[in-house]
Design a protein around this ligand. Structure first.
Ligand code: SAH
Ligand code: SF4
Length: 385
């Protein structure tokens, strides 16, 4: 059984190399080969002694993700599906813009939180991704894109930002997430600044505190409702960590990451959480917490509908009116623009095709009958930015 070196941050790799009787600087060299050059074959690493390369060949590997499919939008957005074994498939999305390239990464196969408006939530939880499976999404995409864009005579440094906004709740997979974040920030690997790596959470309060201490990257909090009654219904985790506790944790987080702000994500659901009254409640909530030191901005997300949700996307006028109430109160607010519309459509088809096989009810029925088989494909959340 060989060890996948994508599972290690630099300290982990140093420990692994020490077991092989190698010094720290060898681990750094190896780390750079893997992450900066995208090497997957030890023979490429010509500045490592032949004896070390031989040792590595028998004890280690650099195992990237298995690609199921790649969809490219005319606007440059690229979406990959990766097979992570046992029928689980995850998604990774690259979103290019004039001044940056953002990679949206998954942290779990499925998700246990079960938000009503989220297709991953409807699918249920399968398992946590390993550090290697999280890192390998970046490793693969960065080196694929370098090659791909170089061929099109475009730039060679591609991914400038990472957002943990794919499938899963990253803070319910903290032990695997933390080394992955360290790899993203490490100057010997991707060297991303901590403000360019965003963890998005539905509000796992104790883990927000730990992240603030261990690795205070940018934080996005999926709020979606201005009061507990509504949030309990949309984001079930709210019953455990209600809004007041969540906002206090946000304020503590900011103490760990001075000069930063928290981004609140708010998915606009027609007739559910998009009324002027909801915006006014948010303003009052934010004003109370601003007085205690919270600084924030809002990102309003047009809902990407899927049949099982029974929910509809808010009209654009409604979203604009909602944004105006927040902005008039001095809250910086953006409306997320949808990207990759044309492959979104393909996604919708895939989702429709797959939903039958993945809905929790059907899966449970199949399990009861002992007839579950084949690949379980996730329902995609859509490409918004
Ligand atoms: N579990 C984390 C990160 C993954 S979800 C979290 O909840 O924050 C990332 C974002 O996708 C969340 O803000 C969520 O609101 C959004 N999202 C989920 N389902 C969506 C849908 N159907 N349409 C639009 N945005 C959605
Ligand atoms: Fe999980 Fe986030 Fe989806 Fe909620 S929105 S079910 S926390 S992935």
């Amino acid at each position: 059984m060989t060890t996948n070196l994508l599972d290690y941050d630099l300290e982990g790799l140093v420990a692994f190399c020490e077991q092989l009787g190698e010094k720290r600087f060898r681990a750094t060299q190896l780390f750079r080969w893997i992450h900066q050059k995208g090497a997957s074959d030890f023979e490429q690493m010509t500045d490592l002694a032949k004896s070390l390369r031989e040792k590595l060949k028998t004890s280690a590997c650099i195992q990237g993700p298995k690609v199921v499919s790649r969809h490219e939008s005319t606007d440059g957005t690229i979406k990959w599906l990766f097979d992570v074994g046992a029928g689980d498939v995850i998604e990774t999305v690259f979103i290019p813009e004039a001044d940056r390239g953002t990679l949206c990464i998954s942290s779990q196969a499925g998700c246990a939180v079960g938000c009503r408006f989220c297709s991953t939530g409807h699918q249920g939880f399968s398992r946590n991704l390993t550090t290697g499976e999280i890192v390998s999404q970046l490793w693969f995409a960065e080196h694929f894109l370098r090659e791909h864009l170089a061929r099109k005579n475009r730039q060679d440094r591609v991914i400038s930002n990472v957002v943990m906004m794919g499938m899963g709740e990253p803070l319910q997979n903290y032990a695997q997430l933390l080394p992955a974040l360290k790899v993203m920030l490490d100057d010997h690997a991707y060297g991303l600044s901590r403000r360019r790596v965003t963890v998005s959470t539905s509000g796992v309060v104790p883990m927000m505190d730990r992240l603030g201490k261990d690795c205070p990257v940018a934080l996005a909090v999926s709020l979606h409702a201005p009061n507990d009654a509504l949030r309990d219904n949309l984001v079930p985790l709210n019953k455990k960590y209600p809004i007041e506790e969540l906002l206090e944790a946000c304020t503590r987080y900011q103490a760990a990451a001075p000069r930063d702000f928290i981004t609140f994500e708010y998915c606009m659901l027609d007739g559910v959480n998009d009324q002027p009254e909801h915006a006014r409640q948010l303003v009052s909530l934010m004003q109370t917490h601003a007085a205690r030191g919270l600084s924030c901005k809002f990102n309003l997300i047009p809902f990407n509908p899927f049949p099982a949700s029974g929910l509809k996307r808010s009209e654009m006028q409604q979203v604009a009116a909602f944004a105006k109430i927040l902005m008039d109160a001095g809250i910086v607010t953006t409306i997320r623009k949808t990207r990759g519309d044309d492959i979104d459509a393909a996604c919708g088809q895939l989702a429709g095709d797959v939903q039958d096989r993945t809905s929790v009810d059907r899966r449970m029925a199949a399990q009861r009958q002992g007839m579950l088989g084949g690949i379980k494909v996730v329902v995609l959340k859509g490409l918004s930015q």
